[in-house]
Every structure is written in C-alpha cells, then in structure tokens.
Design a protein around this ligand. Structure first.
Ligand code: DX5
Ligand code: ZN
Length: 216
C-alpha cells in the first residue's frame, strides 16, 4: 500500500529552516506540508510569503500548502508564484467553494479542500469529483502538537464511500495528531497522505521517525 508522508514545517525550527528543509529532502518524506494561518480563520498566525519562498528555495519535494485563512481566493496567484504545488482551502472559509477550486486549478495547482472536525464528509459530495485532495482535520486547526480526534477514522471511511460513488481520485490527507501509534490504523482505514509535525520534529531523530511513518 503506497502512501505519502508530509512533515509539517509548522513544527520546524524557524531559525534553522534551511537545515530542516534539507533534512526533509534527504529523508523518505514525500511532500512538505506548509500551514498558513491568518489569525482570523484560526486563533493563531504562522507565516506568509517570505517564509514560503524561503522554503521553496531549498525544498526539493512538492509543497502542500494548507491555507487556514478567510477568503483565500485573494491570494491564490501569490501562492502559485511562491511555489505551491497543491493549494488547500477550507470548506468553512469559502462562500463560493466551486469557484475557488476552479481558480486554483486554472492557475496550474492541484486543488485541495480541508474540512474541520465538525464538518460532515457528505458536504463534499458536490465537489469531490473536482478536487485533487481532501484534507481531513483530525484536530481543530491552529496549532501543532494537539490530540488526535478519534472520529477521524469513520470520516475516512465515509469519504472513501463518497469517492467510489462519484468516481473521484482525490487523495485523503489526515492533518493533526498523527503519531507512531495511529498511523497504521489511518492507512488501513484508507488514508493516502499523513501530515506529521510534532511527531517528526519533536523526536530525537526526525529522519528515522519519517522512515518509521513510511513503514507499515
Ligand atoms: C494544524 C495544522 C497542522 C499541524 C499538524 O492546524 O494544520 O498541519 O502542523 O501538527 P501536528 O502533527 O503536530 O498535530
Ligand atoms: Zn495543516
């Protein structure tokens, strides 16, 4: 079973960003997960374009950019210019989600939609065919190092049913609280991408931890 590991830069050492990017480059990780927070959609501010561009300068793997911002359409072009491969917007932050998705794809990026823990998987029914990635929030967004929400397992199963029904190829990504105790179960339930911040960067050997997360 092949799946993607995306270490989350939010937990990296920002004073040693180049070093941490190179660690990911030289590890068995597949993507860089990059969290953008605006202090409005979520109660935290992470970083913006200058930092994203600095990551892009050193990253040799795709940038999976997760926008936790209100009205994300305003910045889609700038995220493309800053190096985003996949651009994920929140279901809860878009009044015209279909338009936002088309806009991202027209700019030449892969389009993702994230759903908060309280948002039902079924609400993606009318767009699941159009998107490349579904980001299932397994914590309330805003911070790294939070506790995994158990309801996520059944959400993954529901999303896989929905994908089958609509013949969708969207990857199912799990974001928040992924660790060495739950990653196998998440893959067994049908997840395709695992984001890991704290589990990777707070470990004594991040490269080894990534390798462990890649091994079933
Ligand atoms: C949370 C972010 C996550 C976060 C995950 O709002 O979207 O990507 O970095 O961090 P961990 O793996 O530490 O829960
Ligand atoms: Zn994220």
């Amino acid at each position: 079973m092949s799946y993607i590991i995306a270490p989350s830069i939010l937990s990296a050492d920002f004073a040693n960003l180049q070093r941490d990017c190179e660690m990911i480059n030289n590890s068995s990780a597949d993507w860089f997960h990059v969290d953008i927070m605006d202090g409005m959609f979520v109660p935290n501010i992470s970083f913006g374009f200058p930092v994203l561009k600095a990551i892009h300068k050193y990253a040799k793997k795709p940038l999976d950019v997760h926008l936790m911002i209100v009205d994300p359409d305003r910045y889609a072009q700038q995220f493309k210019d800053a190096g985003a491969t996949t651009l994920t917007v929140h279901y809860e932050a878009c009044n015209h989600l279909h338009r936002s998705i088309q806009n991202i794809k027209n700019l030449g990026m892969k389009a993702g939609v994230a759903i908060n823990p309280h948002t039902s998987a079924n609400l993606l029914e009318d767009v699941i065919k159009d998107i490349d990635l579904i980001c299932v929030m397994s914590v309330n967004p805003g911070f790294g190092g939070q506790k995994f929400i158990e309801n996520t397992y059944s959400k993954i199963k529901q999303l896989n049913e929905l994908k089958k029904k609509h013949n969708s190829n969207a990857l199912i990504e799990i974001d928040g609280g992924v660790d060495l105790n739950n990653y196998k179960k998440l893959i067994e339930c049908g997840a395709n991408v695992l984001v890991a911040g704290n589990t990777v960067f707070a470990s004594s050997n991040p490269t080894d931890t990534i390798q462990q997360l890649k091994t079933l």
